[in-house]
Design a protein around this ligand. Structure first.
Ligand code: C2O
Ligand code: CU
Ligand code: CU
Length: 544
């Protein structure tokens, strides 16, 4: 008992003091909350206002340079083959006025010539690497054996020559080529290594579409770049950490390596073959006067029929061909890239907060078309362009699932490991690939060696303009896309093809995987490969 008295526990008084203090505290906290709430609201509404307003980045750009039309590379005909000579070169290019930029190119100092071949042609490329670092040339969109694909496993050392050869099986399309060295694709493409590979076929020969290269059929390789004061490129891979969600973006647009370009075109129907060869930026193409144009082709070929559009989003790696009618016109017409509006405001807000970038709201002039008088031509756009037999989902032997992970730039929780084969596909099989984007940003998902069809986007059938062959599909945040394709008949258990995000910084960070196409009886459990540096693991991620 005494002990209790000796040790007084002044609970009550303390409590009172505490209560008083906590009352004050409560008021303070409440005031604090109120104040920060007010601040937060104003900041949020300020940012909201900011991000909702598209910013015309190069509104005052003086259009003054004639578009460079990349030359068609004449092949040498040797026996049955059309042989194209290419070399990767280091150089300097005057991109901005008067200030040379250190660049690389194929057969020149920036970009590369346009290769052109016909379905059925036997082609051979003789590619010399005159750079001081390894390079590859990947034939993006091409249906060919994996060993000819020019992926990370076909590296060409400095001074070496690589001679891939194959028979053109693709139908008429605008494909392209670019390097694919492991973890170096971003910087190599950014420095200038890229070019077009145009395929013709009997169908495209017979259609009355504009087809005079560089005259009424104009290739446009669109890229964004950032320049230093001294004219050198800014390539900031360290931004992968700062702005890891975006990739390398620039505020200067180059078209075929031309700054502030215009192109003289006959005042008639004009065909534009547009390639988004940017590392990370997507564009929302359209004309300044919002006129209707017609999309006639996707990545891998002509659409069944022309699709009227006023705006057209292209993600990195994607191509489209469009027809714009300038009949009888005399005034210049500007192709722009509008703000990308497809996301709702909340998502855009979240993404803007995460990325500290408003890139998706930037507006750019891309190129000015200057119509020139021409002998009167009345043209009608053919309404039937191609016949594409839809691959029914019932023809698929399996569905594989690919989860684009928000963390670590991975696919199915794995980053690219060049010694690890993620998937084994049986030659000639039809498969459905289910691509699930769990991240807060878009990813253009690209598959090598095939052209696929889009089955659905989030359960909804694809839009008319997505009814063509594709090799790269834009998968928006929180979206699920199903694509279906028939894999090549080629069999090679030793050389993988790639699938990856075509934001090149994401790819270089490991958002890539490998698949082997083989008709060998490789079971999921007993998998072998002869190449000593390649390890194959089973396909474990089949969707139910
Ligand atoms: Cu255009 Cu694997 O890339
Ligand atoms: Cu590719
Ligand atoms: Cu990505």
């Amino acid at each position: 008992m005494k002990t209790v008295k000796k040790v007084p526990l002044p609970e009550k008084p303390m409590n009172n003091i505490r209560q008083k203090a906590s009352f004050k505290k409560t008021i303070l906290i409440a005031l604090g909350f109120l104040a920060s709430f007010v601040v937060l609201i104003s900041v949020v509404s300020f940012i909201f206002a900011e991000i909702q307003v598209p910013r015309f980045v190069n509104r005052d750009l003086v259009i003054q340079n004639k578009l460079i039309v990349l030359p068609l590379l004449e092949p040498e005909v040797v026996g049955e083959e059309k042989v194209f000579l290419l070399s990767a070169e280091q150089g300097e290019t005057i991109l901005l006025d008067g200030k040379p930029t250190n660049t690389v190119g194929y057969n020149g100092s920036y970009l590369g010539p346009t290769l052109r071949a016909h379905k059925g042609d036997h082609v051979r490329i003789v590619l010399t690497n005159n750079l001081s670092k390894p390079v590859t040339a990947h034939w993006h969109g091409m249906h060919l054996p994996a060993i000819m694909d020019g992926g990370p496993h076909q590296e060409i050392a400095p001074g070496e020559i690589w001679e891939p050869h194959w028979t053109i099986e693709n139908e008429a399309a605008t494909l392209w080529y670019h390097p694919h060295v492991l973890e170096q694709t971003g910087v190599e493409v950014y420095s200038g290594l890229a070019g077009l590979f145009i395929i013709d076929d009997e169908n495209s020969d017979s259609l009355s579409l504009p087809k005079v290269y560089g005259v009424d059929d104009v290739p446009l390789i669109v890229q964004d770049r950032e320049f230093r004061e001294d004219g050198q490129f800014v390539f900031a891979p360290q931004r992968k950490d700062e702005l890891g969600h975006t990739g390398m973006l620039g505020d200067v647009i180059l078209v075929n390596g031309t700054y502030a370009p215009f192109v003289d075109v006959p005042a008639k129907q004009i065909r534009l073959r547009i390639l988004n060869a940017s590392n990370a930026r997507r564009y929302n193409f359209g004309f300044e006067d919002r006129r209707t144009f017609y999309q006639i082709a996707t990545d891998g070929g002509l659409l069944p029929s022309p699709v009227a559009r006023t705006r057209m989003i292209l993600a990195p790696g994607e191509r489209a061909e469009v027809i714009v009618d300038l009949t009888g016109e005399t005034e210049p017409l500007t192709l722009i890239s509008d703000a990308v509006h497809e996301e709702n405001e909340v998502l855009r807000f979240v993404r803007t907060m995460i990325n500290a970038e408003r890139d998706e709201n930037q507006v750019f002039k891309i190129i000015e078309l200057r119509p020139q008088p021409t002998a009167e031509v009345i043209e009608t756009l053919p309404q039937l362009l191609n016949s594409i037999e839809p691959l029914p989902s019932t023809s698929a032997v399996r569905t594989r699932r690919f989860i684009l992970d928000p963390r670590n730039r991975s696919i199915n929780g794995k980053r690219m490991d060049h010694q690890y084969v993620n998937e084994v596909v049986h030659s000639g099989d039809v498969e459905i690939w289910e691509i699930i984007n769990l991240s807060g940003t878009f990813h253009p998902f690209h598959i090598h060696g095939v052209q696929f069809q889009i089955l659905d986007r989030g359960g909804k059938p694809p839009a008319d303009y997505e009814l063509g062959w594709k090799d790269t599909v834009l998968v928006s945040n929180a979206e699920i896309v199903h694509v279906i394709m028939r894999f090549p008949e080629f069999s090679d258990p030793h050389t993988p093809y790639m699938y990856h995000c075509h934001i090149l910084e994401h790819e270089d960070m490991g958002m890539m995987g490998q698949f082997i196409v083989t008709n060998d009886k490789i079971l999921d459990t007993e998998i072998y490969v002869e190449a000593p540096d390649i390890r194959i693991e089973s396909s474990h991620n089949h969707a139910p």
